[in-house]
Design a protein around this ligand. Structure first.
Ligand code: NAD
Length: 274
């Protein structure tokens, strides 16, 4: 059974969710509605994905009550700054057809532009005004986290960062634990690059699971929230079917050795795309 993680503002988030990056807008509603029918309760979207209309529509098609589905969106880099963020949130809510999201994240820090603290102040206001239940960040490193916390006193509930067996982010995850921030893994399957690693294959054979399931289970057992993407019903079922087995301490130790510190995505210290 999928569990929920506690956020530092008292709310909770499902440990597993469905990612929507690169899901074509014309199949997003159907993808989300299928996911919700299969048991996903967290849908990870973003303004830049261009599919918030489908994200909201898929939720409505599911027929589930609003408080049973956790909806995330993100403020895109071009919308950073206090007033821009307020406007971007209003536009996201209009596209989603909702009056509140469960979580809004700053998508990337874009440190050279130096607007992320103002953006964070806007998210604090949006939470106070009830437009977001919880607020967090994405792709923040230690310096970015320390700065928003130092300047506002408000600790993000979550930092969504790239985590997969080749990029385990142990140091940043330890800092999150100290600060009371939930880690959420993006590109959790690491573009399949560890699917044939002997440690993954051995655990998959022993447990009667696929390599993808072993890797998603590894995320669950290191205590993070994880948001794999699949538009295929079979893939969605496979990715959700990870709560009936456990990796042994030996298997977890073998998976820990796969860390190479190699990213699939951009480096947050230098990514400034708008
Ligand atoms: P992912 O690790 O979820 O992998 C998706 C790819 O793996 C797709 O090609 C999919 O077809 C394939 N796949 C899915 N399930 C599989 C399975 N069981 N077996 C084999 N292949 C499988 O990658 P992702 O979409 O990059 O990341 C997940 C989510 O994280 C995104 O959809 C998005 O919501 C979020 N994300 C956030 C950021 C950010 O900057 N905050 C960046 C990237 C992604």
């Amino acid at each position: 059974m999928a569990t929920r993680l506690r956020l530092n503002d008292g709310n909770t988030i499902p440990q597993i969710g469905l990612g929507l990056w690169q899901v074509p807008a014309d199949i997003t509603a159907q993808t989300v509605a299928t996911g919700l029918r299969l048991g996903y309760r967290l849908i990870d979207g973003a303004a830049i994905y261009g599919n918030e209309v489908g994200q909201g529509e898929g939720f409505r098609q599911s027929g589930l009550p609003r408080d049973q589905v956790f909806i995330t969106t993100k403020i895109w880099n071009a919308d950073q700054g206090h007033d821009n963020t307020l406007r971007a949130m209003e536009a996201s809510l209009a596209r989603l057809g909702l009056d509140q999201v469960d979580l809004c994240l700053i998508h990337w820090p874009c440190p050279a532009r130096d607007l992320y603290v103002d953006t964070w102040r806007a998210l604090i206001r949006l939470r106070e005004e009830g437009h977001c239940r919880s607020i967090g960040v994405s792709n923040f490193n230690a310096a970015h986290l320390e700065r928003v916390i130092g300047e506002t006193g408000v600790v993000p509930v979550l930092n969504q960062i790239e985590v997969n067996p080749r990029l385990q982010q142990s140091e940043l995850r330890a800092l999150h634990d100290q600060l009371g921030i939930v880690t959420q893994s993006w590109t959790p399957l690491g573009q399949g690059k560890s699917f044939d690693a002997p440690a993954v294959v051995a655990a998959a054979q022993r447990a009667g699971k696929t390599p993808a399931q072993v890797i998603l289970r590894w995320h669950v057992q290191i205590g993070v929230s994880v948001i794999p993407r699949s538009t295929r019903e079979a893939g969605q079922i496979e990715n959700l079917d990870i709560f009936d087995f456990e990796l042994t301490p030996e298997e977890m130790a073998a998976l820990a050795t796969l860390d190479e510190g190699v990213r699939c995505g951009p480096d947050p210290a230098t990514f400034e795309m708008v």
